[in-house]
Design a protein around this ligand. Structure first.
Ligand SMILES: Cc1cc2nc3c(=O)[nH]c(=O)nc-3n(C[C@H](O)[C@H](O)[C@H](O)COP(=O)(O)OP(=O)(O)OC[C@H]3O[C@@H](n4cnc5c(N)ncnc54)[C@H](O)[C@@H]3O)c2cc1C
Length: 383
């Protein structure tokens, strides 16, 4: 390729969006992905992801998720495959639950359409959920599902149609920044561009060894369950949900989009590196899932019908890492991490494109500063 403007490392959720936004804006872009397109070894496979607006993780996410939703709807208009579907969202827990308090804080701060529900309200409106008398809920009218495999394929197609080159099965071995340029070495060749965007998910620590990013990789499991009553779990009847069960136990799930009711999270095992993920499901994990479904749902067969494993990349404060490299302005790091990033990847690609061009990102990124952990520990970034 002739002189490149931007190289993007990683073509998962955030990377596929970044190449689309960059190429559509006229940049000459190369995307490099270590695995084949549509692989199931990172964080963005598994058919569906929840999006929600009454964001319990913090009101600072709301403008981001609202812009993300606009971009998902735009992508939906460009293709006939499902990209986004609104179902509404139900957040369940005790009145003291951080999930409930956080959702209410965001909803009230941004005047989002929401409702507070009692256990009796939930039983009447959503009899699929077997709630306890002391449970309460928040209803998020704007929540729903996005379909990651379709989103990534649509963004990749948009990028190539706008002239981007996407190389799958080409792992990046190293990168080096110099005055006004970045050199990237892969197993197949060497490339030079003006800027670099790194959206490498669970592999991010290995691409920035000198930054000592305190990211923790977790193997997570999700399972699909057959409905015994198909009508009650249809997306027009059943909302996406998050359920705080107390004691740091939280489950989430989505209605039946054709593969059964999807419920996570199981597993949660910390692993030293992505390649160490155990992809088998153990009997004890299957039993825990069965017990949970039996106790908490009506009209769902508790025996899991299928499973997948997936990777979380956890920051210590459970927020994202998003911003410029501490020493090289032309290097942008986007880690849609901490297990809740997919819904944002449309807007993260747009932000990455602006940062790569040296523009204002359009959002306050201070809470997501990639170097916030070393700053708070009083350390200076390495030279
Ligand atoms: C089970 C599960 C359920 C989830 N549920 C939700 C949900 O409901 N809602 C939500 O919003 N979020 C959810 N998340 C989180 C969300 O899916 C992730 O935050 C998001 O997918 C991360 O996207 P990413 O682009 O950072 O990583 P990925 O999509 O994993 O992309 C990183 C890519 O970089 C590539 N790469 C890495 N290193 C190199 C290299 N050296 N050379 C070339 N390529 C490289 C990888 O192969 C990979 O394809 C869930 C995550 C999991 C695991």
């Amino acid at each position: 390729m002739s002189q490149l403007d931007v190289i993007v490392i990683g073509l998962g959720g955030a990377g596929s969006s970044a190449v689309a936004h960059l190429a559509s804006g006229g940049a000459k872009v190369l995307g490099l992905e270590q695995f084949p397109a549509g692989h199931a070894l990172g964080s963005s496979h598994g058919k569906t992801r929840i999006y929600r607006t009454s964001y319990s993780e913090g009101p600072e996410y709301v403008p981001l998720v609202q812009r993300a939703q606009v971009l998902w709807n735009e992508l939906q208009r460009s293709t006939s495959v499902p990209i986004i579907r609104k179902t509404g969202g139900l957040f369940l827990g005790s009145p003291a639950s951080p999930l409930i308090a956080g959702a209410l804080r965001s909803a009230e701060r941004w005047s989002l359409q929401h409702e507070r529900l009692s256990a009796a309200d939930v039983r009447e409106r959503y009899p699929q959920f077997r709630v306890q008398d002391q449970d309460v809920a928040v209803w998020d009218a704007e929540a729903g599902a996005v379909f990651p495999e379709n989103c990534m394929a649509a963004y990749a197609a948009q990028a190539t149609a706008a002239g981007a080159e996407l190389h799958y099965g080409e792992p990046v071995v190293s990168w080096a920044a110099s005055e006004g340029a970045v050199d990237v070495r892969t197993r197949a060749g060497e490339y030079r561009a003006r800027s670099l965007v790194v959206t490498s998910g669970s592999w991010t620590p290995s691409l920035f060894p000198d930054l000592a990013l305190p990211l923790r990789i977790e193997r997570q499991l999700v399972a699909w369950f057959s409905p015994s009553d198909r009508t009650s779990v249809r997306p027009d009847r059943m909302p996406v949900f998050l359920w705080d069960l107390g004691g740091d136990r939280e489950k989430y799930g989505l209605p039946d989009f054709g593969d059964g009711v999807k419920i996570g999270s199981w597993g949660g095992t910390v692993i030293p590196r992505p390649e160490a993920a155990d992809r088998t499901v153990h009997d004890s994990e299957a039993r825990t899932a069965e017990e949970f479904v039996r106790e908490h749902f009506v009209g769902v067969d508790p025996h899991p019908r299928s499973w997948t494993s997936c990777l979380y990349t956890m920051a210590p404060d459970h927020h994202f890492l998003l911003g410029r490299h501490p020493r090289f302005d032309q290097v942008v790091l986007v880690s849609a991490c901490s297990g809740h990033g997919y819904k944002f990847t449309s807007v993260l690609g747009e932000i990455a494109a602006r940062l790569a061009h040296g523009e204002d990102p359009g959002f306050d990124l201070a809470p997501f500063d990639p170097m916030r952990f070393s700053k708070s520990a009083g350390k200076t970034p390495p030279n």
